[in-house]
Design a binder for this molecule. Structure first.
Ligand SMILES: *Cc1c(COP(=O)(O)O)cnc(C)c1O
Length: 480
């Protein structure tokens, strides 16, 4: 056994014999109190694991007498139990400037959605029970009418997420046959969603037409034949092809498809249920526009611009949606009652579009006036400066944020926030990493971004500044 002599503290070193037995430690009053609170199973397991670890350190000559004191053992155990019970999924403050941040859980749910979710989950509900007839119902009916009202669709169904919606649509409409898609639209979304792979998983044969930058109507016309089951348009949500480009609009393509009796599906990715321009934001195609243009099926996400829970929404003609709903894979991709309750409440908010910037967090944050964000930055500057002094300086700065989740990738959201810069040029990278780590280590971790030798905190999504301010003393302590 290696014994680095510098780690051995002579005189105060403890041996394995100094450690109590599991039973004796469990009988110690402070530990018995832990058992009272949490039960025997958890506490005994932690006692065993802790004693094993301490024994190994004693054998290596690394355990001190102070550590085997009864009080020290009880305190260490209490810490272990607390750490074991601490949730791994934690609330964070998203100060990245990206409103729909995929790594931070995308859209925040509206209060109405949270309340409906809680009310529906704390008891039985009519998820698949028809209250009118007293017979079996269909969970789609919870949201189908709303989706049809909002999008103008004849029929609608929902699944676990939009990746599932696309997979199911292709499988149900084109398994074993050909799907025509433009080379300019073979997207990869984060997390291994790649259109060619999705086509293969769905059992369809992909027929690529056009080129990366230009696809013309005759490209589709030439590719459609008796083996074609579906023509697919994919919204290039997370990149933009610029310059010498051409693509075929849904309206034009719908005419080509209709003349040949082939259905047209569009994957919108984000999609928005309202015209974003009405809210001063860049235009994002809506399912209503796609249906009006003649698409048979439109798929989009629940937790992107729509501002709801994770979900894949499928709207379209009665015939196409009917085939999709009956396809066996639908059962494997079906939505759980939890997000379904949240989705219903979220969609209901869209019946009152004038209230959306108040009631729907995603739109509220996206439309938050930059003057308000800047005023918040000014109000917080001095307190943050005091917390990071004397090694860092804090400035109020204009920033450019983004919508996120692949929506409108080239558009930027003018925003404001705080820039924290190390005062010493030397070791600037390390100083920034240390600051970022300290912010992430707070009880409610603060997530910013590092750019141009500064740590930037975009305050657009900080709706609860008290939560941030309350943690500044802890930040000061870590950085001191
Ligand atoms: C985001 C996106 C998807 C995947 O949607 P999820 O809800 O994340 O499963 C599919 N297609 C496009 C174009 C997207 O932007």
């Amino acid at each position: 056994m290696a014994r680095p002599s510098e780690s051995v503290v002579y005189g105060s070193q403890a041996s394995p014999k100094d450690l109590p037995s599991v039973d004796r430690l469990l009988r110690q009053p402070a530990v018995a109190a832990l058992v009272d609170t949490h039960g025997h199973t958890l506490v005994a397991a932690e006692v065993r694991a802790m004693l094993d670890a301490l024994r190994a350190r004693a054998v290596a000559g690394e355990l001190t007498q102070a550590e085997v004191e009864p009080g020290a053992l009880a305190a260490r155990l209490a810490g272990r139990v607390e750490a074991r019970l601490a949730p791994r999924m934690r609330a964070v403050l998203n100060l990245t400037g990206t409103v729909l941040h995929t790594n931070l859980g995308r859209a925040l749910l509206a209060d109405e959605a949270l309340q409906h979710l809680m009310a529906m989950m704390s008891g039985p509900n009519n998820l698949e029970y028809d209250l009118a007839s007293g017979g079996r119902g269909d969970r789609d009916s919870v949201v189908e009418e709303l989706l049809c009202t909002l999008t103008g669709a004849e029929a609608a169904t929902v699944v676990n997420n939009n990746a599932g919606a696309v997979l199911l649509t292709i499988a149900a409409l084109a398994r074993g046959r050909e799907v025509v898609v433009s080379r300019g639209e073979l997207v990869e979304i984060g997390g291994a969603f790649r259109m060619p792979d999705v086509m293969a998983s769905a059992g369809a044969q992909m027929v690529e037409v056009g080129t990366t930058n230009r696809t013309h109507p005759h490209d589709y016309e030439r590719a459609i034949n008796e083996r074609t089951a579906l023509v697919m348009k994919v919204h290039t949500s997370n990149y933009a092809v610029q310059g010498f480009t051409a693509s075929v609009s849904e309206a034009e393509l719908a005419e080509i498809c209709r003349a040949r009796g082939v259905p047209l599906a569009t994957d919108l990715g984000s999609g928005a249920l309202v015209n974003m321009e009405d809210y001063g934001l860049p235009h994002e195609p809506t399912p209503q526009e796609m249906l009006k243009a003649g698409c048979d099926v439109v798929t989009f996400s629940g937790d992107k611009l729509l501002g709801g829970p994770q979900a894949g929404l499928i709207v379209g003609t009665r015939e196409a949606v009917g085939r999709i709903r009956k396809f066996p894979m639908k059962r494997a991709l079906r939505m759980s009652k939890l997000p379904l309750a949240a989705l219903e409440a979220t969609l209901r908010l869209y019946l009152r579009p004038e209230r959306l910037t108040r009631d729907l967090p995603t739109l509220r944050l996206l439309t938050r006036p930059v003057q308000e964000i800047e005023a918040l930055a000014r109000a917080l500057q001095a307190e943050v400066a005091a917390a990071v002094a004397p090694h860092y300086a804090v400035e109020v700065v204009a920033l450019m944020g983004q919508i996120g989740s692949g929506s409108l990738p080239v558009e930027r959201l003018p925003s404001a926030g705080l820039a924290i810069a190390p005062l010493q040029r030397q070791g600037i990278g390390r100083a920034l990493d240390r600051l970022a780590e300290a912010l992430r280590g707070l009880p409610v971790p603060v997530i910013g971004r590092i750019a141009d030798d500064r740590l930037l905190l975009d305050l657009r999504c900080l709706e609860n500044p008290d939560l941030f301010v309350r943690q500044l003393p802890a930040l000061r302590e870590v950085l001191a």
